[in-house]
Design a protein around this ligand. Structure first.
Ligand code: BG6
Length: 494
C-alpha cells in the first residue's frame, strides 16, 4: 500500500486553465508529480496547460520544471521528465472565442479508450462561466468531462447562483467538482474515520456531554501578493464561508448511511441548514471583525494589512470570530465558536471539543485542578489528536489531580509521507468520486448563512478592530467567549 489510494486511474486529459498561475505551479503540478511517483497516472494521460500567455510546449515545460524544483523536495529526475513529457500548452483567451478549437483538436488526438476529460479552472470565479461557454462552443465537453472549480464560488448568494447557473448550463451537477481543499487534508478525512469508524465518541458527541466546540484556523502569513483579491473578499468570504463551515459540518453532522458522495453531502447540508440564522442584533453581538496592524511575527517586524495592500482606506477584515449555533436535536444550546485570522501568533488549524464538567463533585478534598475533558483535533501542522484528561498523580495520602493527555500523533503512528490535499482531490476527480467536493446546494446554503453577516457589517460600516500582527487577535474575540464564561484554547497547555 502507498500513502494514499493507489488505485490505478483511467487515462485522462487534464486541462488546467490558468496554467501559469500560482495555484497551478505551486499546488497542481507538485500534486501531479507525487501521483506520478506512485505510478497512478495512466501512460496515455496528458496535462494540457492553458492560459493567455504565449508559450510553446517546450517553454511551458521549462516553467513547470522550475516550479517543481521550487516546490518539491527530493525530486526524482526520471519522474520529473516523465511528468513533463505529458505536458502540452495552448495560449487561449477566455474573453474571446478565438482558437478554442485548438483545444478540441488536441483533445481529439487522444486515442486511449475511456479517456476522461478534466477541465480545472484555476482562474478567478468571474471567468468560470465564460470559460465553460468557450469549452462548449469549441465542442470540448463530452459525457466523460468534468469541470473543477476553486473557491470562492461567487462573493455572495446571488453571484454564487449566477456562477452555478453559468457552469450548470454546460455541465451536469454530477460533472461539477467544487474544491474546498480543506476536505482533501488527511486530518480532515480522519475526522470522519475517528467519528464513524469508532464507537466510543458517538454517545458523547452531543449537547448532553459537549459544552462547546471551538474551530480555529490561524495563519502567520499576511496577504502577501494576493491583496488585490483579498481586499474584495476578507476573512469571512475567504475562509469562513468555505473552510471553517466545512470543518463545522464534519464535526456536527449525523452519521451518513455510508461514506459516499450524496450521503455525506446530504448530512453536511442538513448542518448548514440548521445553523441559527443571524439577525442584525445577533451579528452585532456574536461576530468580531479584526484587521492586523504592524507587529512582530516570529521575531520579525511585519507591516500592517493596509501597508501590505498599499492602500490606507480599506475596510476589509483579516480576522473573524463568530459564535454560531446548530439548531437541531443533537446540538441545541451548544455554541460553536469559529475564528480565523492572518498574521496571527502561530499557524494552527484545530477543532477543540470541550466536554462538560462531571455532573457530581466526588473528590471534595483533592489537590490540584480538575479541568474539563477536551479533544483537540489538530488539522495542521503536526496532524493528530489529543484527549485531555485528569489523572491521579501517583503517591500516597489523598488525591492529587494532574492534567494528562492521550496523544495520537500522525507522525509517530504512521510511517508515511503526508500527501498534500490536492493529490487526493485531483485523483478523486479523475476517478469520479465527488464525496470530498461541495455540492451546489451546500455552497449556496453556506452563502445564505454568511450573507446576513456581510449585510449587517455593510450597514454598520464599523471598521475592523485592530490587532497587532503576531498576536491571537482582537480583544473583542476574547470577550466573545468570556461573556459566556469560556475562553479560547490558546494552547494545548491551557
Ligand atoms: C485559501 C485561502 O483557501 O486557504 C487563503 O484563500 C489561505 O487565504 C489558505 O491562506 C489556507 O490554506 P492552508 O491549507 O494553508 O491552511
Amino acid at each position: 500500500m502507498t500513502s494514499s489510494d493507489p488505485t490505478a486511474m483511467p487515462p485522462c486529459d487534464f486541462t488546467v486553465v490558468g496554467a501559469t498561475g500560482d495555484l497551478a505551479l505551486r499546488k497542481l503540478l507538485p500534486a501531479m508529480y507525487h501521483r506520478e511517483v506512485e505510478g497512478q497516472l495512466a501512460p496515455e494521460s496528458r496535462v494540457i496547460g492553458v492560459s493567455r500567455s504565449e508559450h510553446t510546449d517546450e517553454s511551458y515545460r521549462a516553467i513547470a520544471r522550475a516550479a517543481l524544483e521550487q516546490h518539491v523536495a527530493d525530486r526524482d529526475p526520471v519522474v520529473v521528465d516523465r511528468l513533463l513529457a505529458r505536458l502540452h500548452y495552448l495560449s487561449l483567451d477566455a474573453s474571446t472565442g478565438d482558437d478554442w478549437h485548438l483545444l478540441h483538436g488536441l483533445l481529439k488526438e487522444s486515442t486511449a479508450p475511456g479517456t476522461v476529460r478534466v477541465f480545472y479552472l484555476a482562474v478567478a470565479p468571474a471567468m468560470f462561466g465564460p470559460i465553460c461557454e468557450r469549452l462548449d462552443e469549441a465542442g470540448c465537453v463530452d459525457a466523460t468531462s468534468r469541470v473543477v472549480m476553486e473557491k470562492p464560488i461567487g462573493t455572495d448568494l446571488a453571484s454564487a447562483h449566477a456562477v452555478n447557473d453559468a457552469v450548470g448550463a454546460v455541465f451536469e451537477e454530477h460533472q461539477i467538482y467544487r474544491i474546498d481543499h480543506y476536505l482533501g487534508k488527511e486530518s480532515v478525512q480522519n475526522l470522519l474515520v475517528t467519528r464513524f469508524a469508532n464507537t466510543f465518541l458517538e454517545p458523547l458527541w452531543n449537547s448532553r456531554w459537549v459544552d462547546h466546540v471551538q474551530i480555529t484556523v490561524s495563519e502567520t502569513l499576511g496577504v502577501g501578493t494576493r491583496g488585490g483579491y483579498y481586499d474584495t473578499s476578507g476573512a469571512l468570504r475567504d475562509m469562513v464561508q468555505n473552510h471553517l463551515l466545512q470543518l463545522l459540518c464534519l464535526t456536527a453532522m449525523e452519521p451518513p448511511t455510508y461514506v459516499g458522495s450524496e450521503s455525506v453531502r446530504d448530512e453536511k447540508l442538513k448542518v448548514l441548514q440548521a445553523l441559527k440564522p443571524m439577525s442584525p442584533e445577533d451579528v452585532d453581538r456574536d461576530t468580531v471583525r479584526g484587521r492586523y496592524g504592524q507587529g512582530l511575527v516570529a521575531g520579525e517586524a511585519v507591516p500592517s494589512y493596509t501597508e501590505d495592500l498599499g492602500r490606507p482606506g480599506s475596510a476589509t477584515e483579516t480576522y473573524v470570530a463568530i459564535r454560531a449555533e446548530v439548531q437541531n436535536w443533537r446540538w441545541a444550546g451548544v455554541p460553536f465558536y469559529l475564528r480565523t485570522g492572518k498574521r496571527m501568533d502561530r499557524k494552527l488549524s484545530e477543532i477543540v471539543v470541550v466536554f462538560k464538567e462531571p455532573p457530581h463533585a466526588m473528590f471534595p478534598h483533592h489537590e490540584g485542578v480538575q479541568t474539563p475533558n477536551r479533544l483537540h483535533i489538530q488539522v495542521q501542522p503536526d496532524e493528530g489528536m489529543r484527549l485531555h484528561m485528569t489523572a491521579k498523580e501517583p503517591g500516597p495520602g489523598g488525591f492529587r489531580f494532574k492534567p494528562v493527555s492521550l496523544d495520537l500523533s500522525y507522525a509517530s503512528a504512521f510511517d508515511a509521507r503526508m500527501p498534500d490535499a490536492y493529490e487526493r482531490l485531483l485523483m478523486d476527480v479523475v476517478r469520479g468520486n465527488p464525496t470530498l467536493f461541495m455540492r451546489r446546494d451546500e455552497v449556496e446554503a453556506a452563502w445564505s448563512w454568511v450573507e446576513p453577516i456581510l449585510q449587517r457589517w455593510a450597514v454598520t460600516a464599523e471598521r475592523p478592530k485592530r490587532y497587532p500582527a503576531g498576536t491571537s487577535g482582537p480583544f473583542a474575540a476574547a470577550a466573545l467567549l468570556e461573556r459566556d464564561g469560556r475562553h479560547w484554547q490558546e494552547s494545548d497547555l491551557d
